[in-house]
Design a protein around this ligand. Structure first.
Ligand code: PEP
Ligand code: MG
Length: 571
C-alpha cells in the first residue's frame, strides 16, 4: 500500500493508465549548411502543429471548464505568435549551425531564466508556461507522441507524476474513474479538479510512477489517501465490499436531493446552498440539490488575466448564474481581493500583515471605480433572476453605509437610463471579523442578512493564520469563542427580524451541523458535494435535540468536549 494525501473522497478499483514522460534526446552536434533549411522547416512545422493542438485543447477546455479556465491556453497560443521569440530560435539554428530542438532548448532556457528573475510574481510564474510551450515544440520536432487522456476507450485509473491543466482539459471524463499522482497537496490543481468532477483521488504518493505499469490493478481509496497496486485477493475483496457500501451511501444521499433540509420532527427547516466560483459550477450545485447559491466568489473573474474585467464581461457572468439558478437566490459577494489573493495588474502595497491589510471592501471603498462597475453589472443582471449582494470584510457600520451609497448611485443611474433591475434586491454582509460579530446588533440595522465567513472569522478570533501548517492544530472551528460569536450574530439578526447564513467551510462540516442547527442558523452554504451529507444529518435530528446539543456546547470548556457532544449524535 502506498500512502498519500486524500484529495477527493470515494473508492475506485480499476486498470492503471500511466502517464509517463518519454525520454528526450537532444542532438547537440553541428550540422552542415544544407541542413539548416531543413531544421528551420522542422521548427515551423512543429509550431504549426502546436497551434493546432492548442486550439483543440482550448476549445475543449472552454466547453468543459469555462472561458476563464481556458484563458491559460490563449497565453500559450500568444507565445506561438510571438515572432521575436520564434526568430531568435531560427537565428540560432543559422548562426550556430545546430539542430532545431537544440536551438529551441537554448532559447527557451534563456527566457525561463529571465522570467524567473522578475520581481513580479505573476510574470515570474509565466516561466512555467514557456517551459510548457518549449516541451510541446521539442516533442513535435522529434515526433515524440504527446500522451493524452483525450481518446480513452475503456475505464481507467490515471496514474501520473502530476496532471497539468492541459491534461485535465483534454481528459475524456466518461472513462477516467480516479486519479493518483505523485505530486500535489489538497489544494493542488489535480485535487481541485478531482473534487469538482466528483471522482476519488489520492495525491502526494511517493514513487508511485516507477512502481506502476499500464494495466496493473489499482485501488484508489480517496477517503483515506491509500493506493494499492495489484492487491492480494483479500484486500481486493475487502475493497470491493467497501466500494459497494460507499456507492450505497452515495445512492442514499442522492435520494435526499429533492427533499427539504428539515428536522425529523419537522419543527425546523433551513436552507442548504452552494458556494461557487464560476457560472459553470451551477450544474454541480443543482445536481446536489442546492436551494440557492450562498456565496459566489467573484474573484475568479478578476484573476488570470491582464486587466480588470469590463462591466459587460461581469454582467454576462452574473446573468448566467442568475438564470441558471432561477428562481433560487444567488448571493454575489463583491470583490474580495488582497490578503493572499493578488491581482497582477492592480497595484497593491507590500504589507507586513496582508490579512489585516488593504483588502476586500477596504480596497473597494478606496477604488470606488472598481466597486461601481461591479455593482452596476450585478444590478443589471438582477433583472434575470433573484440576486443578492454581499460585502466582504465589514468591520463597522460606516463601511456598509458607504458601499450602499455607491449602490444607490448605481441604481439612480440605471433608473435614469431606463435599464431594468430588481428594486427589492437584498443587501447583506459577511461577518468574518470578530468586531462585526460582537456588534452584530448594530450592524443588523444596516443589512437584510448576515453570512458568517468562518474561514476568516476563526483565524481572526483565535489569531491563527489559516494557511500556516505549523499552527494548524490551533485552527479550531469548534472553539467555544467561535461558537459564542456565531450565536451572537444569529441572535442579533433574529431580534432585528433578519436572517443569518454561513458560507465558510464550517457550514459543510458535519461535526458542526447539529450545533449550528441548534443555534438557529437559517442558511448553510458549502461546496456542493457536501450538501447531501449535511442534509442527512439535519433530517435525522429533532430540533429539540439540536437545541440541547447547542446549549451544552455553549457551556463546554473546550473544542474536544464540544466535538464529543456533537458526534455522539450521528456516529
Ligand atoms: C470566509 O472567510 O469564511 C469565506 C467564505 O471567505 P473566503 O474563504 O473567500 O475568504
Ligand atoms: Mg473570507
Amino acid at each position: 500500500m502506498i500512502k498519500g494525501i486524500a484529495a477527493s473522497p470515494g473508492i475506485e478499483i480499476g486498470k492503471a493508465y500511466v502517464l509517463k514522460e518519454y525520454p528526450i534526446f537532444i542532438d547537440k552536434n553541428k550540422i552542415s549548411g544544407e541542413e539548416i533549411a531543413v531544421e528551420i522547416k522542422k521548427l515551423n512545422q512543429a509550431i504549426a502543429e502546436a497551434k493546432e493542438q492548442l486550439e483543440k485543447i482550448r476549445e475543449q477546455a472552454e466547453k468543459e471548464m469555462g472561458t476563464d479556465k481556458a484563458e491559460i491556453f490563449n497565453a500559450h497560443l500568444m507565445m506561438l505568435e510571438d515572432e521575436v521569440f520564434l526568430n531568435e530560435i531560427r537565428d540560432k539554428i543559422k548562426a550556430e549551425s545546430i539542430r532545431a530542438e537544440y536551438a529551441l532548448t537554448l532559447v527557451v532556457e534563456v527566457y525561463i531564466e529571465m522570467f524567473q528573475n522578475i520581481e513580479d510574481e505573476y510574470l515570474r510564474e509565466r516561466a512555467a508556461d514557456i517551459k510548457d510551450i518549449g516541451d510541446r515544440l521539442v516533442k513535435n520536432i522529434l515526433h515524440i507522441p504527446m500522451q493524452s487522456l483525450a481518446n480513452l476507450s475503456a475505464e481507467v485509473i490515471v496514474i501520473a507524476k502530476d496532471l497539468t491543466p492541459s491534461d485535465t482539459a483534454q481528459m475524456d471524463k466518461d472513462f477516467v474513474r480516479a486519479f493518483a499522482t505523485e505530486m500535489g497537496g489538497r489544494t493542488s490543481h489535480t485535487a481541485i479538479m478531482a473534487r469538482s468532477l466528483e471522482i476519488p483521488a489520492v495525491v502526494g504518493t511517493v514513487d508511485l510512477l516507477s512502481k506502476t505499469h499500464n494495466g496493473d490493478c489499482v485501488i484508489v481509496d480517496g477517503n483515506n489517501g491509500f493506493v494499492y497496486l495489484n492487491p492480494d485477493e483479500q484486500t481486493l475483496q475487502h475493497y470491493v465490499q467497501l466500494r459497494e457500501e460507499y456507492q450505497a451511501y452515495l445512492q442514499e444521499l442522492k435520494q435526499l436531493k429533492d427533499l427539504p433540509a428539515e428536522t425529523k420532527d419537522k419543527a425546523r427547516k433551513v436552507e442548504l446552498a452552494a458556494n461557487i466560483g464560476t457560472p459553470k459550477d451551477c450544474a454541480g450545485a443543482l445536481n446536489n440539490g442546492a436551494e440557492g447559491i450562498g456565496l459566489y466568489r467573484t474573484e475568479f473573474l478578476y484573476m488570470d488575466r491582464s486587466e480588470l474585467p469590463t462591466e459587460e464581461e461581469q454582467f454576462e457572468a452574473y446573468k448566467a448564474v442568475a438564470e441558471a439558478m432561477a428562481p433560487r437566490s444567488v448571493i454575489i459577494r463583491t470583490l474580495d481581493i488582497g490578503g493572499d489573493k493578488k491581482l497582477p495588474y492592480l497595484e497593491m502595497p507590500e504589507e507586513l500583515n496582508p490579512f489585516l491589510g488593504w483588502r476586500a471592501i477596504r480596497m473597494c471603498l478606496d477604488r470606488q471605480d472598481i466597486l461601481q462597475t461591479q455593482l452596476r453589472a450585478i444590478m443589471r443582471a438582477s433583472a434575470y433572476g433573484k440576486l443578492r449582494i454581499m460585502y466582504p470584510m465589514i468591520s463597522n457600520a460606516t463601511e456598509i453605509r458607504k458601499a450602499n451609497a455607491l449602490l444607490q448611485q448605481v441604481k439612480d443611474n440605471l433608473e435614469q437610463q431606463g435599464i431594468p433591475y430588481d428594486r427589492e434586491l437584498e443587501v447583506g454582509i459577511m461577518v468574518e471579523i470578530p468586531a462585526a460579530a460582537v456588534i452584530a446588533d448594530l450592524l443588523a440595522k444596516e443589512v437584510d442578512f448576515f453570512s458568517i465567513g468562518t474561514n476568516d472569522l476563526i483565524q481572526y478570533t483565535i489569531a491563527v493564520d489559516r494557511m500556516n501548517e505549523h499552527i494548524s492544530h490551533l485552527y479550531e472551528p469548534l472553539h467555544p469563542a467561535v461558537l459564542r460569536l456565531i450565536k451572537n450574530v444569529i441572535d442579533a439578526s433574529h431580534r432585528a427580524g433578519k436572517w443569518t447564513g454561513m458560507c465558510g467551510e464550517m457550514a459543510g462540516d458535519v461535526t458542526a451541523t447539529p450545533i449550528l442547527l441548534g443555534l438557529g442558523l437559517d442558511e448553510f452554504s458549502m461546496s456542493a458535494a457536501s450538501i447531501p451529507r449535511v442534509k442527512k444529518i439535519i433530517r435525522s435530528l429533532t430540533y429539540q435535540k439540536a437545541r440541547d446539543i447547542a446549549q451544552k456546547a455553549l457551556k463546554a470548556e473546550n473544542a474536544e468536549e464540544i466535538r464529543e457532544l456533537s458526534q455522539g449524535e450521528f456516529c
